[in-house]
Design a protein around this ligand. Structure first.
Ligand SMILES: [Zn+2]
Ligand SMILES: [Zn+2]
Length: 259
């Protein structure tokens, strides 16, 4: 199985990642990918950018070095008006909206019921496309059945996160749960994405560990949203309009001295 898109990458704007958007795009092209989503952490994460960063993502080209760029976020559940640490007025203009739990954003109490309630509200938000690393059970326990049922009802992607299976990951101790989420998502007809969660350019398109899990559990390739750039765009445009999807132009970084 070969996937040609990566829906979870971070630039140095996240505060604990170390590559630029252009470096991610160049690495994606070298890895043979045709599309990446740039999903920097939402404002609740320590060191993450403010709302203005996400609002102005429209200036980033939609194609860099031949790679389609989705300008997105990895926001956090939050006790705000819409239950997310970015308002709907920002989310509606992003090409791709991912949300997931992270340390030091207000949910460190390991309260399964509270986490589940917060995430069900997130999944019900029509701008939310994907829930990242749902199997992080040691840090952010969830009611798996409730989350999978709501994701199925709303057509929200549940992620199978490659980095969760890295021995150095903070989520490694509960990665069996990431597999359980993928199995339950498969059974319930929930769309799945297999992503790198790259925090450095060389990690873009690295899915080997998560793909091994996908193959072990018998997850069919056609159930994975990020098979190709076209399969990603078809899924996203089938859910809602993306007003800025083609905004920002084309930039051939090769002609600009970056390679
Ligand atoms: Zn991060
Ligand atoms: Zn994350």
């Amino acid at each position: 199985m070969r996937l040609l898109a990566d829906l979870h990458t971070h630039t140095l704007a996240s505060g604990h990642a170390y590559s630029t958007a252009t470096e991610l795009a160049v690495a994606a092209r070298r890895a043979g990918l045709g599309l990446i989503a740039i999903t920097d952490h939402g404002p609740a994460c320590p060191g993450a950018p403010e709302q203005w960063y996400f609002w102005n993502l429209k200036v980033v080209p939609s194609i860099i070095d031949g790679v389609r760029i989705l300008k997105g976020c990895e926001a956090n559940p939050a006790e705000t008006e819409n239950g997310i640490d970015l308002p709907d007025s920002i989310l509606e203009n992003l090409d791709f909206v991912a949300v997931g739990f992270h340390p030091e954003t207000g949910f460190d109490q390991r309260d399964r019921a509270r986490n589940t309630d917060a995430l069900l509200r997130v999944i019900a938000n029509p701008y939310v496309d994907m829930i990242t690393h749902p199997g992080n059970d040691d840090e952010f326990p969830l009611d798996l059945d409730a989350v999978v049922a709501e994701a199925a009802a709303r057509g929200v992607i549940l992620e199978l996160n490659d980095h969760s299976f890295a021995p150095t990951s903070c989520r490694a101790s509960s990665n069996h749960r990431e597999r359980e989420f993928a199995e339950a998502a498969m059974a319930a007809g929930v769309p799945v994405a297999v992503n790198s969660d790259a925090h450095f350019a060389s990690q873009v398109g690295r899915f080997e560990a998560a793909l091994a899990i996908a193959e072990q559990i018998g997850l069919a390739e056609e159930r994975i949203v990020n098979r190709t750039p076209a399969s990603v765009l078809e899924h996203l445009l089938g859910r809602r309009e993306r007003p800025r999807l083609d905004h920002g132009g084309v930039w051939d970084s090769g002609q600009s001295g970056v390679s």
